[in-house]
Every structure is written in structure tokens, then in C-alpha cells.
Design a protein around this ligand. Structure first.
Ligand code: PPE
Length: 305
């Protein structure tokens, strides 16, 4: 498959299966109805070997997502964490991206998903930073999408469900066609929500702000990490509703996500923000030190495989 590096094993319902044999039936419920939940986690190289960043927080969100769509995982969060580590170990990966997914499997069709069996899969592969190495320093150009974020009462953004990403993909296709690297979605009230796979922050007069979960965003774990790190570094951080002009008027804008990491935004709708600003760079630098085990105060966020 183009661009997807193949490794040895994928964890499927309790067993490690060879990569090429990790397949499902074409009448899998989730393929037709988007009935799945997933996570994106990163494992980073540290001086003491590979360490998974905030593994338990990710698997707790996974369990919450499943619970919100009334999907019974029938496996404890502890066992899921162990399975993630087993998958990374089995593939001998010093650094990787990890994708746990739980979905309604094969056996019934129709809109009532409850009778369908639940399958859990954990894959891992080497995945370089999402927007490219250059984006981490140069920043990305983003545009406000004409597609809106789903309201909190329809395909809730707080649930990391596979079906939600059709909306993200519509926004990403449009952004790419318009020459932007990424889209920013507003909710129906015009409040800034998030990127297609990242949360968003602004910095103005030394104050960092980011939209609240209640405006309709995924409660990002990188977002939370950056809020904690910013606080430790002495920056005021507030959760407040933002509108598009807050982005235009900001001194700095940046996005956070597991795949994307901490990415400066260079321009919004063609309004230049500029090169990565000092606050963004300090947060980004500290974040990378944390994930690579170079900041002892944050050791509890790392899980050695
Ligand atoms: N919002 C959305 C919509 C989102 O998908 C992500 C993660 C975030 C915010 C940031 O959350 P967190 O990773 O916990 O900081 N997006 C995942 C999938 C990206 C993809 O392209 O696939 C990810 O970054 O793993």
C-alpha cells in the first residue's frame, strides 16, 4: 500500500497475526456504517529504550469513546495497555505510531449495531511527523473550511469514532485543493473548533488560549500535555471560545495532535501570522524533550515497552 510501511505483526482480538493476514470480511459492519472507535498513540525513542507517550490516557479515552457509542470492549484498560506494548515489542520498533481500533464486525447488517460482534485490533508502524519535518519549523498554511464541525449532538466530536472522519476528510480535501496544508473547522455558531486531526491554540500578548471541549472538539491528549507544559513554564493558559478573527489577530497560532505533534501555523486564510513564534517554539522544544525522556519531571507520562 502506498506510503504505509509494513511491519511484522498486528494484534487482533488477543493474538498477534502476520501483517498480511490481518484482514476482515467485506460485510464488516463498520465498513458500511462507520461503527468504530480508535486511538492514535506515539512511541518515542528514549535513552532507556522505546517509551509510549501517555498510553493509559489514550486507552482510557478509547474506552470512553466505546462506552459513548454503547460498544462493549469486554477487555480492561490495563489489558489493552499491555496489548499495545506487546504489539510494539513484537515488531521491534524503536519509534512508531500506534493505532488501536475497536469496531463492529461481521455477522449482522442494518442500523442497529448492538447485535454485531466487536473486534479489537492494534497496529503499529513507523510514521514520521504528519505534516512533514519542514512544517515543524516553517509552519503550515491553513484555511477555514466551508465544511462545519458536527454539532455536539450529531456525531459528537468528543467521541473518537471512525465515522466522524468522513467530515474531517471532506475538509482536508477542500483545504488541499485550495493550496492549504490543513483545514480549521468552525462549529455552526462560527466558533473555532479544531483541525481535521489536531487541536488549535493561539497566543496573544503572552496568553495562550484554546477552544473548550464544549464548543465541539476532541479532548486531545497533546492539547492537555501542552496545557500542562505551558503552565509549568509560567504561561497563562485559558480555555475560551474563539472566532476566526481571533486567529487572524493572534501573535502565534499552533496545532497539536499525536500524529502532527506541535506544529506552528504560518498563515490563516492567507493572513500571515509569520514564522514560528517564541512561545510556540519553547512549547514545541519542551514537548519533544518530554516525549524523548529528557525531562524527569514528566517521567510519569512515559511507559517503557
Ligand atoms: N482533533 C481531532 C479531530 C483529532 O483527530 C485528533 C487526533 C486531535 C484533535 C488531537 O488529539 P490527540 O492526538 O489526543 O492530541 N488525531 C489522530 C488521527 C490523525 C490521523 O490523521 O489519523 C492522531 O493524531 O493520532
Amino acid at each position: 500500500m502506498a506510503g504505509l510501511p509494513k511491519v511484522d505483526y498486528i494484534w487482533m482480538d488477543g493474538e498477534l497475526v502476520e501483517w498480511d493476514k490481518a484482514t476482515v470480511h467485506v460485510l464488516t459492519h463498520a465498513l458500511h456504517y462507520g461503527s468504530g472507535v480508535f486511538e492514535g498513540i506515539r512511541c518515542y525513542a528514549t535513552a532507556d529504550g522505546p517509551a509510549i507517550f501517555r498510553l493509559r490516557d489514550h486507552m482510557e479515552r478509547f474506552e470512553r469513546s466505546a462506552r459513548m457509542i454503547m460498544m462493549d470492549l469486554a477487555v480492561s484498560v490495563d489489558d489493552l495497555c499491555e496489548a499495545v506494548k506487546e504489539t510494539v515489542r513484537a515488531n521491534n520498533l524503536p519509534e512508531c505510531y500506534i493505532r488501536p481500533i475497536a469496531f463492529r464486525g461481521y455477522g449482522v447488517m442494518g442500523l442497529d449495531p448492538i447485535p454485531a460482534p466487536v473486534q479489537i485490533v492494534i497496529a503499529a508502524w513507523p510514521w514520521a511527523t504528519y505534516m512533514g519535518e519542514e512544517a515543524l519549523t516553517r509552519g503550515v498554511d491553513v484555511g477555514i473550511s466551508s465544511w462545519r464541525q458536527r454539532g455536539i449532538n450529531s456525531l459528537p466530536p468528543a467521541v473518537k469514532a471512525t465515522g466522524n472522519y468522513l467530515n474531517s476528510s471532506l475538509a482536508r480535501i477542500e483545504a488541499n485543493r485550495h493550496g492549504y496544508n490543513e483545514a480549521i473547522l468552525l462549529n455552526e455558531e462560527g466558533k473555532v473548533c479544531e483541525g481535521t486531526g489536531e487541536n488549535i491554540f493561539i497566543v496573544r500578548d503572552g496568553v495562550i488560549s484554546t477552544p473548550p471541549v464544549s464548543d465541539g472538539i476532541l479532548e486531545g491528549i497533546t492539547r492537555d500535555s501542552i496545557m500542562v507544559i505551558a503552565d509549568e513554564l509560567g504561561y497563562p493558559v485559558i480555555e475560551e471560545s474563539l472566532v476566526r478573527t481571533d486567529l487572524y489577530a493572534a501573535d502565534e497560532v499552533f496545532m497539536t495532535g499525536t500524529a502532527a505533534e506541535v506544529v506552528p501555523v504560518r498563515s490563516v486564510d492567507g493572513r500571515l501570522i509569520g514564522d514560528a513564534g517564541p512561545v510556540t517554539l519553547e512549547l514545541q522544544k519542551t514537548f519533544f524533550r518530554v516525549v524523548h525522556g529528557e525531562e524527569p519531571a514528566y517521567e510519569e507520562w512515559l511507559d517503557r515497552v
